[in-house]
Design a protein around this ligand. Structure first.
Ligand code: FES
Length: 406
């Protein structure tokens, strides 16, 4: 039998000489090439940079006062390197980088304006609404300090809370509370200007008629959308003609939802917890019920699985950044992200809800509690000791390694 016993007729006409010499030829080209970096500009890279900038600089062009809130309109800030703001899907959020008393933190805010306002190479804008919150140190800072002309740094648009016709029904019932109206405002605006094509019924819960955010603007969008957007106001603390009274319940969703519909929910944590139980009563398939990221989990004491003896304690935390150790303190009701940022350690973060993974850090030693509903880690992360410090509470002394990119 010959050395290579196969039918060589299949290779007729194919020379292997070039192929055998390929390595030598390539090495000769490399040796002859100049040492400078190749400067090629590909359209795909330009588009990726426009849609997913690392950070974008935006200037406050207008501030509108709302009940217990302010609505800020931002435009691109050319002078600081942002020629146009990034396009987004109605319902996505951006994270604001906020400097407070020498400490840098990030806070996510949904873009309330229509995506069309951020389309194009110039004259782009975003609108966000910031509501006063009793324990919201960032919202307090923003409402008291941000003024027209200020330049704020934001992340690229993020999040999955937008309409997707492959998954969602053509009819969407939106359950909104307080500033949780903002993603639905953006969706209504996108429907009204023809960017999106689905039917949106917004059940908007507020305490009283006077505390409704963006009330006139919502009414205008309802008119403009010509039957595709309907807004129903529900007042919890007041009974008034023309308004529903009480909370957004399964019964109320059924009253306004007919046939095949999806439910989207966004609002304060207490409302979201309540709605999780109510939406279960609807018997809808999982893909038809969507909850926006809920924001910070808050005090974990009393949560299922939380050890009662950990409540009210303060622990030593060692944080490793690029090989350097810093010692800080963290209360047991405080997240590790919060403690780091308060101590001036710049941990990368966006959603602050445990779900996006941007704060992904390594737990070197110690124990943490991560509430199940805020634990968005992959199974491999859990197995190999990675945590999301925005949703991790210390249960003793902890050493962790963080990887900031700010
Ligand atoms: S900031 Fe999103 S998971 Fe921590």
């Amino acid at each position: 039998m010959g050395k290579y016993n196969y039918d060589k007729s299949a290779l007729a006409g194919l020379g292997v000489g070039d192929f055998l010499n390929e390595v030598k030829v390539r090495e000769a080209h490399i040796a002859a090439a100049p040492a400078e970096e190749i400067k090629s500009v590909y359209n795909a890279n330009i588009l990726a940079g426009r849609l997913h900038p690392d950070y974008q600089q935006a200037r406050i062009a207008e501030i509108k006062n709302e009940p217990d809130a302010k609505t800020f309109t931002f435009v691109q800030d050319d002078e600081n390197g942002t020629g146009a703001l990034a396009y987004f899907r109605a319902g996505q959020y951006i994270s604001a980088v906020i400097e407070m008393n020498g400490v840098i933190i990030t806070k996510p805010y949904t873009i309330a304006s229509a995506p069309k306002a951020a389309l194009g190479d110039k004259n782009t804008s975003y609108m966000i609404t910031v509501k006063k919150s009793p324990d919201g140190f960032a919202s307090e800072h923003i409402l008291n300090n941000w003024k027209e002309g200020d330049v704020i740094m934001f992340s690229q648009p993020l999040g999955q809370f937008y309409y997707q016709d492959l998954r969602d029904a053509k009819n969407v019932i939106a359950a909104a509370g307080g500033s949780g109206i903002t993603p639905f405002y953006a969706m209504a605006a996108a429907i009204a200007d023809g960017t999106e094509d689905f039917n949106l019924t917004i059940l908007y819960g507020s305490r009283t008629a006077d505390s409704i955010l963006l009330k006139n603007e919502l009414a205008e969008l309802e008119t403009k959308a010509a039957g595709k957007v309907k807004v129903v106001h529900i007042l919890s603390d007041e009974e008034k003609d023309g308004y529903e009274h009480g909370f957004i319940t399964a019964e109320m969703i059924k009253k306004y939802g007919s046939g095949d519909y999806s439910v989207f929910a966004c609002g304060p944590k207490a409302m979201m917890d309540f709605l999780k139980e109510e939406t279960e009563k609807l018997g809808l398939p999982g893909r038809r019920v969507r909850f926006e990221v809920p924001g910070e989990f808050g005090n974990p004491a009393g949560t299922q699985g939380y050890p009662a003896e950990a409540a009210g304690k303060e622990y030593d935390i060692t944080v490793i950044v690029r090989g350097e150790e810093t010692k800080i303190k963290c209360r047991s009701d405080q997240t590790l992200l919060d403690a780091c940022q308060m101590a001036g350690i710049p941990v990368t973060s966006d959603c602050r809800s445990g779900l996006c993974g941007w704060c992904h850090s390594r737990l070197v030693s110690g124990d943490v509690f991560m509430p199940e509903s805020a634990d968005g880690r992959r199974e491999a992360d859990k197995k190999f000791g990675w945590i999301h410090p925005c949703a991790a509470y210390p249960l003793g002394s902890v050493t962790m390694e963080v990887f900031p990119n700010v």
